[in-house]
Write a protein that binds this ligand. Structure first.
Ligand code: IMP
Ligand code: MG
Length: 182
């Protein structure tokens, strides 16, 4: 039987490493949001696993909401202009937003999204990302919380996909080159 893990060249971050970092971040956020009105916003779909683990590592009141966006323009070059496919359910007025992302790459998508959400009068907006690829950044955006810095390599697992696959890998890995060329 051919298994999903046979497509993985190497494990970049193990389940154990991820869990330890997410727990640490949860403690930090618990401290920072003690007297705030935390609303965690997950941008579908890559951040759902991180969101599910992070929210359980937070020990103060945390509300959650989800949104889905798509980039305009062709698929290889993201324009950064996003179209809202599914909007948030909640009115953001007065909430301390924490945008929960899987990976901050060029940063264009999140930059634009943050501009849209600012107009809805939240009390504050911060960004928590599981992975940060600073080498690829073109937009003026820095995460407030980041679990790991990763090199400029395409990674999958723990929510991140390649062609909608590998999201259910429990760790973060690099794909074998033949998976792309097939
Ligand atoms: P950007 O920051 O606007 O360039 O877009 C970030 C989005 O690109 C992420 O939310 C992912 O969906 C996707 N992405 C960027 N790098 C990777 C990667 O290494 N693996 C999987 N998805 C990635
Ligand atoms: Mg994504």
């Amino acid at each position: 039987m051919k298994e999903m893990k046979d497509d993985i060249l190497k494990v970049l971050l193990s389940e154990k490493e991820i869990q330890a970092k997410v727990a640490e971040l949860g403690r930090q956020i618990t401290e920072d949001y003690q007297d705030k009105k935390l609303l965690m916003v997950s941008v579908l779909k890559g951040s759902v696993i991180f969101m599910a683990d992070l929210m359980r590592a937070i020990n103060c009141h945390a509300r959650i909401d989800f949104m889905s966006v798509s980039s305009y323009g062709n698929s290889t070059k993201s324009s950064g202009v996003v179209k809202i496919i599914k909007d948030l359910d909640m009115n953001l007025e007065g909430y301390d937003l924490l945008l929960v992302e899987d990976i901050l790459d060029s940063g264009k998508t999140l930059y634009y999204l943050r501009e849209i959400l600012k107009e809805r009068n939240p009390a504050s907006i911060r960004i928590a990302t599981l992975l940060n690829k600073p080498e690829r950044r073109t937009a003026d955006i820095v995460p407030d919380y980041s679990c790991f810095e990763v090199p400029d390599e395409f990674v999958v697992g723990y929510g991140l996909d390649y062609a909608e696959k590998y999201r259910n890998l429990p760790y973060i890995g690099v794909l074998k080159p033949e998976v792309y060329t097939k």
